[in-house]
Design a protein around this ligand. Structure first.
Ligand SMILES: O=C(O)CCC(=O)C(=O)O
Length: 300
């Protein structure tokens, strides 16, 4: 992996501190490594960045399909190849965008990708049992120069109604070099997430079950467990944000406790595209709120 000079990385207006104590690189893993070593690495790191997990052609096909489907809302440069994901300059029809996005995540072709044999078979071995794919599956596109980025969080905040052994696959749908604002992970935060969650459970013992599993419940903001100030979070936990040059074919799997966020897309022309989906053992408890397709107003 090349260690190179990076431009200032921002997230929701905050600039990541580029010092060796605060910024580092994600550790890549070989998807063909022995299962036990991948499981051990996952336990230790809270994530696996599986290089070349998919054939890049499979990813490019999904990318092309997505951008072709969304093109009518003005997302792309007119006349460009959808697979290039070149952002248009005219205003996007947001209403149409949202409708087409909601349609896309319900298409058989996208669902078939999420149920790719390679993927479910990996999870079946990795989780040591038959697996379930959550129906709520998300596709995110980020325009160059966007100002809103996914704030720091860990996924259990949104998934408390089921097992904490749920695993997220974050799949870049195309190359996402650091400058394009892929996911950044807070090093060692799987451990921190576990203790934050234990603290949360203790503080919320008096809440009704529906209120306790609600990501927006009254205690969530107070502890600063979800937040936009990424540099402050790295200070608070005295750790580093880990970045990566993701390539088409890569997949990151992260635990429900691993804190992550996204940075701004600094690319001059190209839209960042990714999907995030979740697998778990079918015999473990399933969060009922995730058994429906993603809706933009589902508040999860
Ligand atoms: O892609 C993003 O910006 C956020 C994805 C995310 O939060 C996740 O995969 O859990």
């Amino acid at each position: 992996m090349t260690i190179r000079t990076l431009p200032p990385l921002t997230s929701n207006g905050y600039t990541l501190v580029d010092t060796p104590r605060r910024l580092g690189w994600l550790v890549p893993s070989d998807p063909h490594a022995p299962l036990a070593s991948l499981q051990e690495q996952y336990r230790a790191q809270g994530y696996l960045w599986l290089k070349g997990f998919f054939d890049p052609a499979t990813i490019v096909a999904v990318r092309r399909r997505y951008f072709a489907a969304l093109a009518p809302c003005g997302l792309l440069q007119p006349g460009s190849d959808p697979a290039d994901g070149l952002a248009g300059t005219a205003p996007i029809d947001r209403g149409l965008h949202d409708r087409l996005l909601m349609e896309f995540v319900r298409t058989a072709a996208y669902e078939a990708f999420c149920l790719h044999e390679r993927l479910w078979q990996f999870y079946e071995a990795f989780l040591d049992g038959a697996v379930y794919l959550h129906k709520r599956k998300i596709v995110r596109s980020t325009q160059p120069g966007n100002t809103f980025n996914t704030p720091a969080h860990y996924d259990l905040i949104y998934l408390r109604g089921g097992t904490d052994s749920v695993v997220t696959s974050w799949i870049p749908l195309g190359d996402v070099p650091v400058e394009m604002g892929g996911l950044v992970y807070l090093e060692h935060s799987d451990r921190m997430g576990r203790s934050l969650e234990a603290e949360f459970a203790a503080r919320n013992a008096d809440l009704a079950p529906e209120e306790r599993i609600n990501a927006y419940n009254k205690h969530m903001g107070e502890g600063g467990w979800v937040g936009k100030d990424l540099p402050a979070m790295a200070e608070r936990f005295d750790t580093r944000w880990l970045v990566a040059d993701y390539e088409a074919g890569d997949m990151v799997v992260h635990s429900a406790y691993m804190i992550h966020a996204a940075t701004s897309n600094l690319h001059p022309t190209t839209i960042r595209l990714s999907t995030d989906i979740r697998y778990q053992r079918v015999r473990d408890e399933i969060d009922a709120r995730w058994t429906q397709h993603w809706s933009l107003n589902d508040m999860l």
